[in-house]
Write a protein that binds this ligand. Structure first.
Ligand SMILES: Cc1ncc(COP(=O)(O)O)c(C=O)c1O
Length: 394
């Protein structure tokens, strides 16, 4: 008999991690799988950051840190927010967590009561809906279109708002679509939200630096949104530090205090060595990571060119992050190599089994017609993967 709680029984397994596990299984059977499913830079953490961690170990940073992070790290975050985002935060407004994922889980836990609705423009990052559900919130999906670059319009936002709406969560640059909201597009959303003062905003900016056109804008930069916006960021993507597990928020101080209280009962402060290393990462000029962004930009051109040569892949032009999110619905209903493809999950599985390429179904991101392909892989692997996909489908 299943003795587990309804909470865990109702929780979906992360689709990106599930696909990675399936790819690992096939590799163990000796299959040569190319993994384009994970949202993880394939670079190493820069040496100057690793050196800072080694120094912290030698300086005996081994005790519990303050729950919300070392003051020196919070100061570096405040300077970063000012330098890169024109945002003014004070120490009590900043909380350091074990990855942006924990920052988001804290926010859901401290902001949501049972039945509170959270608007998620689709496609959204895979964990948003389950993090919201874990805190008894109700995700409300808003379908966007590839024609509008997968961005939610002001009209769509307004139509989704109900008396139960508590929050809206989005990422820009977006995982999985790569879309970046312009200042004008965010202003249009803010003009709607102005009419609903009890709705709070999560602006997830973890891909901020992986932006190919520039012009990153934070919702909290608008004076009339500042008191209602929680700015989420972290070092996983920009600094190739996924395993170090450091994320952070800048928020109204009452929300930050609540996150601090929550974290104090669940995990305490984030890893002390990683925190010291992140001080060095954030104090560095963002130009120190430009070589990675330049490489991602080249790969984006490569993968878009290669995909344009395959029938039935319709893509937008991602302006940031390291994913393409092609609409592959023209394959639905077709049978290829004896396998019938009825939806994006079938298609992604077909690519894994017949092309030996791991991708992720769009269903995990709230979109039934697309798949996500990560180009955080070498140009050689990208080229070979798309060649295999083309062959398998032809
Ligand atoms: C949009 C988005 N937000 C948050 C996260 C979580 O990042 P972290 O590694 O800091 O927990 C990810 C990771 O994939 C992401 O893509």
């Amino acid at each position: 008999m299943n003795q587990l709680s309804d909470r865990i029984n109702n929780l979906a397994t992360s689709a990106t991690l599930a696909m990675a596990a399936k790819a690992r299984e096939l590799r163990a059977e000796g299959k040569d799988i190319i993994g384009l499913s994970l949202g993880e830079p394939d670079f190493n953490t820069p040496d100057f950051i690793k050196d800072a961690a080694i120094e912290a170990i030698n300086q005996n940073y081994n005790s519990y840190s303050p729950v919300d992070g070392y003051v020196e790290l919070k100061e570096a975050i405040i300077t970063k927010f000012k330098r890169d985002n024109n945002l003014n935060y004070t120490l009590p407004q900043v909380v350091v967590s074990t990855g942006a994922k924990q920052s988001l889980a804290n926010i859901a836990a401290v902001m949501l009561n049972p039945g509170d609705e959270v608007i998620l423009p689709c496609p959204y990052w895979v964990s948003y809906s389950d993090i919201v559900k874990l805190s008894d919130g109700v995700p409300v999906e808003v379908q966007t279109s590839i024609e509008n670059d997968f961005k939610m319009t002001a009209e769509q936002l307004e139509a989704a708002i109900t008396p139960k709406t508590k929050m809206i969560w989005y990422s820009s640059p977006c995982n999985p679509s790569g879309s970046v909201y312009s200042k004008a597009e965010l202003r249009a959303l803010a003009d709607v939200l102005k009419k609903y003062p009890n709705i709070y905003i999560v602006s997830d900016e973890i891909y901020e630096h992986i932006n190919f056109k520039g012009g990153h804008f934070s919702m909290a930069e608008f004076d009339d949104m500042y008191d209602r916006t929680i700015t989420v960021n972290g070092v996983s993507k920009a600094f190739a530090m996924t395993g170090w597990r450091i994320g952070y928020i800048g928020a109204p101080d009452w929300i930050a205090r609540a996150c601090n209280k929550m974290q104090g009962q669940i995990t305490s402060g984030a890893n002390c060595i990683a925190q010291r290393a992140v001080i060095t990462a954030l104090e560095a000029d963002p130009s120190s990571i430009k070589y990675m962004v330049d490489e991602f930009k080249e790969r984006r051109s490569l993968i878009l060119n290669l995909l344009s040569e395959i029938d039935g892949f319709k893509t937008n032009e991602p302006e940031g992050a390291f994913y393409v999110f092609p609409n592959i619905s023209s394959y639905f209903g077709k049978t290829i190599k004896g396998k019938t493809i009825n939806n994006a999950s079938d298609f992604s599985l077909f690519l894994l089994e017949e092309a030996l390429v791991a991708t992720v179904t769009g269903e995990a991101f709230g979109n039934k017609d697309c798949i996500r392909i990560s180009y955080a892989a070498s140009q050689k692997d990208i080229t070979e993967a798309i060649r295999r996909i083309k062959t398998a489908l032809s």
